[in-house]
Unconditional design. Structure first.
Length: 278
C-alpha cells in the first residue's frame, strides 16, 4: 500500500496547493481612482481577500500539469456576490487524473464556499475575508480522486496594498475530514496550508506574480494515516482584455517549482477567467 499511498498523497498535495487557492476570491485592490482599470482578478496559488462586487460574476478555469508524468488537475470555479460584496458564495468543481501506468480520472470533491468581507469594503489598504468551505464527497476515494467523506475547510486571506504598484497577500488555513475513507479504513484527517504572494502591477493590463505556497496533507494508506508536505514557489504572469460591455477576460500562466531538498517537481499552471455584469 505504500506506493499507492504516495501517489494518493501527491495527488492530494496537488489538489490542495492548486484547487484550494482557487475556491473563492477576487483580484487587485479596488481602492484608487488611478487603478480603476487595473486587473481585478485572481492569484493562482494564493487566495486574495476581495469578494466579488454586486452585479458581477466570475467564471474561472485552471489547469495544472507536472512537466513529467501523466497526472493533471482541472478546476472550474464560479463566484457570486450574495447579493453584494460583503457576502460571497462560490463553488469549485475539480477534475483530476492520477499518476501511474493506468491513470485514474474523475471528478474530485466539490467545494461549496462562503466568504465574508470582514475588512476592505471602503477603499482600505488592508483587506480581510475569512472563508468557510464544505467539501462534498463527490470524488472516488478508491481511485484517489476524493477523501471518501465530507470535509470542512477554513482559510484566512489577508491582502495588503504596500504601494500603487505592489500588493501582497497572505493565507493560513486548515482542512478536516472527520471520516475519511480508503477501502474499509475510516479515520479523521487534518491538513494545513499557508502561503504568501507579491503582485507587481507592471501596467494596468499586466501583472507579474511571485507566489509561495506550503501544504501538509494527511491521507489514509489502508492501515493508518501518513503525512506529506510540499513547498512551492511559483513565478507567474497575468494580463487582461477589457470589453466595452464591462466584461474582463484574464489569461495567465505560472510555473510552480518544488523547492524543498529532494523535491525537483515542476508544473505548468494555466489560468483563464471571464468576469462580467449580470
Amino acid at each position: 500500500m505504500k506506493i499507492h499511498s504516495s501517489i494518493r498523497a501527491r495527488l492530494a498535495l496537488a489538489t490542495a496547493l492548486v484547487a484550494t487557492a482557487l475556491l473563492p476570491r477576487a483580484g487587485a485592490a479596488q481602492d484608487s481612482t488611478a487603478r480603476e482599470t487595473a486587473i481585478q482578478d485572481n492569484s493562482f496559488l494564493i487566495e486574495e481577500a476581495y469578494n466579488q462586487e454586486r452585479g458581477v460574476v466570475q467564471h474561472i478555469n485552471t489547469f495544472a500539469h507536472p512537466t513529467t508524468g501523466r497526472a493533471w488537475a482541472y478546476t472550474l470555479t464560479e463566484e457570486w456576490p450574495a447579493p453584494g460584496q460583503r457576502h460571497q458564495l462560490s463553488y469549485t468543481i475539480p477534475v483530476v487524473q492520477s499518476e501511474g501506468a493506468k491513470p485514474a480520472r474523475g471528478i474530485g470533491d466539490v467545494a461549496v464556499n462562503y466568504r465574508y468581507q470582514l475588512r476592505g469594503m471602503h477603499a482600505e489598504r488592508v483587506a480581510i475575508a475569512p472563508r468557510l468551505t464544505v467539501l462534498l464527497p463527490t470524488g472516488d476515494a478508491d481511485i484517489g480522486t476524493g477523501a471518501g467523506g465530507t470535509g470542512l475547510q477554513a482559510n484566512l486571506p489577508v491582502s495588503v496594498e504596500l504601494s500603487r504598484t505592489l500588493v501582497t497577500h497572505f493565507n493560513a488555513g486548515a482542512t478536516v475530514t472527520p471520516r475519511a475513507r480508503l477501502a474499509s479504513q475510516r479515520a479523521r484527517t487534518t491538513s494545513w496550508n499557508a502561503g504568501g504572494s507579491a503582485i507587481w502591477l507592471l501596467t494596468h493590463r499586466v501583472n507579474a506574480m511571485l507566489e509561495a505556497s506550503w501544504a501538509s496533507v494527511e491521507t489514509l494508506d489502508g492501515t493508518s494515516t501518513s503525512r506529506e508536505s510540499q513547498f512551492l514557489l511559483a513565478p507567474g504572469l497575468r494580463w487582461s482584455y477589457d470589453l466595452a460591455n464591462g466584461t474582463q477576460i484574464v489569461p495567465g500562466i505560472a510555473v510552480p517549482l518544488g523547492i524543498e531538498p529532494g523535491d525537483g517537481s515542476r508544473s505548468v499552471f494555466l489560468y483563464f477567467s471571464i468576469e462580467h455584469p449580470f
